[in-house]
Design a protein around this ligand. Structure first.
Ligand SMILES: Nc1ncnc2c1ncn2[C@@H]1O[C@H](COP(=O)(O)OP(=O)(O)OP(=O)(O)O)[C@@H](O)[C@H]1O
Ligand SMILES: Nc1ncnc2c1ncn2[C@@H]1O[C@H](COP(=O)(O)OP(=O)(O)OP(=O)(O)O)[C@@H](O)[C@H]1O
Length: 529
């Protein structure tokens, strides 16, 4: 497959369909589109519509790696990808997976990147400088010798990107690449891809639910509908102005610059009862002699919605795991419902407190979506009728009924996240701890998920979530904590936080959409690591 015709589109997808054997209906139906050299194409579609599946077909991983059947054709520079040798396409079409963890083969960051370079026969003497250069570019040089499994979610995502950059492919596919990045890292990342494209004329294919930051260099937007058909292939401007209804009907996010009216948060309301659900006193925690959290004090009141924010690696997930009793504090103590967390019996604690992991896969323990939701109720001895009724209801609320008998690991990224939340709601907990609750969701599922969470809050549940989504903080939270330099750098209502310019910058946060006045498409930021 050495001869490649330059004039053809880089990628040509012709009447392409895809069926998973486990699904009753075809997932992707007769989709046709091109990606030309030097083009940036954005693919949008509701959660579960088949976006990741298409991207994995573009670099030839699917259908071979799954129980699925494809029809139609995909061409790379005029050559059918079926005719490529194994691995040959990977160098030309690089992909950053939605779940970066599924991408790694080695233990340390350095070895992972060296492995990538060795696979493409990079001369030995070039390996070390190339690794240093790419780690500098993505702001991860300090983590060169770290174990990958000990990195935070955002740090893992950056390493996955570094790996693909080293391959230097002609087409880079990015499947929700900024989902785990803090707001400034996310913008830095987008600008990095933009510069890369300008300098090297690479083609970029992005899957994102929120298109905003990508618009300055997106040539075309494709929209996949819920039936797996391609219903739009247009410039962003034309699509988001003349075809807005289509986007709304598919439940997708309309970029801020094309919205007439932004959603407004509720007014600041003082919680009159102020009864504490959890109190954290002088909490410190270290990992491998590195201090992660230093003397944290927090009081989480009953029935409040509380966000924890901060840059990648700040210690947010660590703090949440300490609150859940999964990690034990080195110093200080945590009281939950008036009793020391350490004194709670595991089973009792789980009845009163729900915890949703950052990576939903870390939570799955059964073989079907149905069993995953009903597991807790079975353990707690509920009657079969009650279990069936509640499970069916939860599956319906989280748009998972059609996937009742699917293996949780075979769900789409967004579906996995919804399942991991549903499993915690078999009872109404006193405290619900979420690590990135809405990551990977489209506009409609974000809205539905937050409505469910708000209903729980109305019933008295205290909700704590870690997030990089400042709109979520702005719209829903009563209280926000900023973790910076191992400490609580801010505590208060989100409205107060948005006034703290210096802190926002230090903690790599951005204002929510509604407050970014006068910042048109093309917003640039003074971006330095
Ligand atoms: N199992 C582990 N062993 C050692 N260090 C770890 C481990 N897990 C995380 N860390 C380190 O602890 C620090 C805090 O990680 P944590 O996951 O709490 O950050 P975070 O604020 O949730 O980040 P993100 O926004 O990227 O998810 C990071 O520097 C990370 O590299
Ligand atoms: N390996 C698999 N086996 C069976 N079904 C699968 C498999 N992978 C994905 N699916 C199903 O195919 C559908 C599309 O999944 P895909 O990951 O392509 O969606 P997506 O549009 O990327 O969604 P999201 O925005 O939530 O990431 C989902 O309903 C999912 O359950």
């Amino acid at each position: 497959m050495k001869e490649m015709t330059q004039l053809k589109p880089l990628i040509e997808v012709d009447q392409f369909s895809f069926d998973y054997e486990q699904l009753n209906e075809p997932l992707v139906s007769e989709v046709s589109f091109n990606i030309n050299k030097d083009e940036t194409v954005l693919l949008m579609g509701s959660s579960g519509s088949g976006k990741s599946t298409i991207s994995l077909c573009l670099n030839g991983l699917y259908p071979e790696a799954v129980e699925g059947v494809a029809s139609g054709d995909i061409f790379f520079k005029g050559n059918n990808i079926k005719d490529f040798e194994k691995g040959e396409l990977n160098q030309n079409v690089g992909i950053v997976f939605q779940d970066p963890e599924s991408q790694f083969c080695m233990i340390t960051v350095e070895n992972e990147l060296a492995f990538t370079l060795e696979n493409i026969q990079t001369p030995r003497e070039e390996i070390a400088p190339k690794i240093d250069q790419v780690l500098e570019t993505i702001g991860m040089i300090d983590y060169k010798y770290h174990n990958i499994h000990e990195l935070s979610g955002g740090q893992k995502q950056k390493v996955a990107l570094a790996s693909v950059l080293l391959l230097d492919p002609e087409l880079i596919i990015l499947d929700e690449p900024t989902a785990n990045l803090d707001p400034v890292s996310s913008l830095v990342f987008v600008n990095l891809i933009k510069d890369l494209k300008l300098e090297t004329q690479k083609s970029i294919f992005i899957i994102e639910h929120k298109a905003d930051d990508w618009l300055t260099f997106t040539d075309r937007v494709l929209v996949l509908n819920k039936q797996g058909q391609l219903v739009a292939d247009d410039s962003p401007k034309s699509l988001f102005t003349t075809n807005k209804t289509l986007i709304e009907n598919e439940g997708l996010f309309i970029p801020k610059v094309y919205q007439k009216q932004m959603l407004q948060p509720q007014n600041e309301v003082k919680n009159e009862t102020s009864e504490a659900s959890m109190v954290i006193n002088d909490l410190s925690f270290s990992r491998k002699k590195t201090l992660i959290l230093n003397s944290i004090n927090m009081t989480l009141n009953k029935g409040e919605m509380i966000a924890i924010v901060g840059e990648n690696g700040a210690g947010k997930s660590t703090l949440l795991q300490l609150m859940a009793g999964i990690l034990k504090p080195k110093k200080g103590n945590i009281t939950f419902l008036g009793h020391s967390l350490q004194k709670w019996k595991e089973q009792k604690l789980r009845q009163h407190m729900g915890f949703v992991f950052q990576n939903p896969e870390h939570q799955f323990i059964t073989d079907t979506t149905y069993d995953e939701v009903s597991f807790g109720m079975t353990l707690n001895g509920y009657s079969e009728d009650v279990i069936k009724e509640r499970t069916e209801q939860l599956l319906q609320n989280f748009q998972l009924s059609a996937h009742k008998w699917s293996n949780p690991f075979a769900l789409s990224g967004g579906q996995k996240r919804r399942l991991s939340v549903a499993t915690m709601l078999d009872e109404t907990p006193d405290l619900l701890l979420f690590d990135e609750p809405t990551f990977g969701q489209d506009a409609q599922t974000t809205d539905e998920l937050m409505t469910i969470v708000k209903d729980l809050q109305a019933k008295g549940t205290t909700i704590v979530f870690v997030t990089h989504d400042m709109d979520l903080v702005d719209l829903y939270c009563d209280q926000v904590y900023v973790i910076n330099d191992q400490q609580v750098a801010f505590e208060g209502h989100p409205h107060q936080l948005w006034k703290q310019d210096a802190l926002l910058e230090r903690a790599r946060l951005r204002l929510p959409d509604r407050l970014r006045h006068g910042q048109e498409v093309g917003e640039t930021y003074d971006l330095v690591y």
